[in-house]
Design a protein around this ligand. Structure first.
Ligand code: TXA
Ligand code: MG
Length: 334
């Protein structure tokens, strides 16, 4: 299969919508990361997503809509508190898990009887959904297990020849995926931290639980959390700020080429760029999130043997950043 690349102007979006309507696969920008879209109500089209990504079939997809009215097509029961959330956070990086209707094929939801839904705020994504005339199922447009794509180039690195089209809309502004919030339980539970923070959700909902990404419960409730994810090819080690320097020294002594992601560079050890690539990450969490997946891919391209990443504080977007780093890390085991 040849993969077309078009810029995300009106003509490009129209072509993409045609492909979606005829059951094909289109990668497109959202405000979080690039998604790999297909008609969410067309079983054969949705199956192609799992094949292209090599994604386990029991890992459910997020369904993207353009208007709140489409929610009733997908969700069987909509608890009253949904409307407050929708008013404040849609369009935007908040995905709501609700009981599904029979219209939603079970391939789309990995056989679960719930469906995950969001309205993306990226204008290209919304136009594409509108013109396609159907809800669009879209996981991140990477090969399963790889860092999520924040540019059209990243999509091609992983999926060239496996999908019909990539719409190039430039780099995505947020850089980490949406927050997945399960509203089928009381109190609501964050299954995956993301673009909308726990703190802001608490302001609206009061009590909100957070699924610990390493629990058995996590594997059951959010099947996508079971595997090593977002991972560069080189093993990734997480290091507390106080132990980072020693870990890097030991690895260099072992003859390893080391990549380091650190927010304030205070490393005293050999700055030889042949063996040590230090990437200074932004102290601001929004900028950090925007760069995170790109830097992981870049360090791979440098050909380092191991990547050492300094941990960040788990508040605000820092929670989503640490979640991705933990799942990308070498010894991650839920
Ligand atoms: O920002 C995003 O959410 C991006 C863009 C493209 O919208 N999409 C994305 O999709 O990150 P994906 O497939 O990479 O991650 C979806 C996550 C997985 O962890 C999956 O297990 C969870 O959402 N999920 C989807 N449907 C679910 C459901 N019915 N119940 C529980 N978890 C669900
Ligand atoms: Mg993903």
């Amino acid at each position: 299969m040849r993969t077309e690349i078009l810029s995300a102007n009106d003509a490009g979006i129209e072509r993409a919508a045609q492909i979606i309507r005829s059951g094909g696969l289109v990668a497109f920008p959202t405000e979080t990361v690039y998604g790999l879209g297909a008609d969410a109500l067309n079983e054969d089209a949705v199956r192609k997503i799992f094949i292209a990504k090599e994604r386990p079939v029991d890992d459910p997809l997020i369904v993207h809509i353009a208007h709140v009215q489409q929610l009733t097509l997908l969700a069987r029961h909509i608890p009253a508190r949904v409307w407050g959330l929708v008013k404040k956070f849609w369009p935007g990086p908040l995905t709501l898990v609700l009981p599904k209707t029979e219209k939603v094929p079970s391939v789309t939801t990995g056989e679960l009887d719930t469906v995950a839904v969001r309205i993306p705020s990226h204008p290209v994504a919304r136009k594409l959904i509108e013109r396609s005339g159907c809800p669009i199922a879209a996981p991140s447009a990477n090969r399963f297990g790889r860092p999520s794509p924040t540019t059209a180039q990243h999509v091609l690195e992983d999926l060239d020849g496996r999908i019909d089209l990539v719409l190039d809309g430039g780099p995505t502004p947020i850089g980490v995926e949406s927050t997945v919030l399960d509203l089928t339980q009381e109190p609501p539970m964050i299954l995956r931290p993301g673009g909308v923070t726990l703190e802001t959700l608490q302001e609206i909902l009061g009590e909100v639980r957070v699924l610990s990404s390493s629990s058995i419960e996590a594997a059951k409730r959010s099947p996508g959390t079971r595997w090593r994810h977002y991972a560069p090819r080189a093993p990734l080690l997480l290091a507390e700020p106080t132990e980072l320097e020693q870990i890097v020294r030991d690895l260099l002594k072992d003859g390893k080429r080391v990549g380091v992601m650190i927010r304030q560079n205070r490393l005293q050890c050999s700055p030889d760029p042949a063996v040590l690539s230090v990437i200074q990450m932004p102290t601001d969490f929004s900028e950090y999130a925007r760069r995170l997946f790109r830097v992981l891919r870049e360090l791979d391209a440098h050909g380092v043997d191991v990547i050492v990443v300094e941990t960040v504080e788990e508040r605000g977007l820092g929670r989503a950043i640490m979640d991705r780093l933990r799942k990308a890390s070498y010894n991650y085991s839920p």
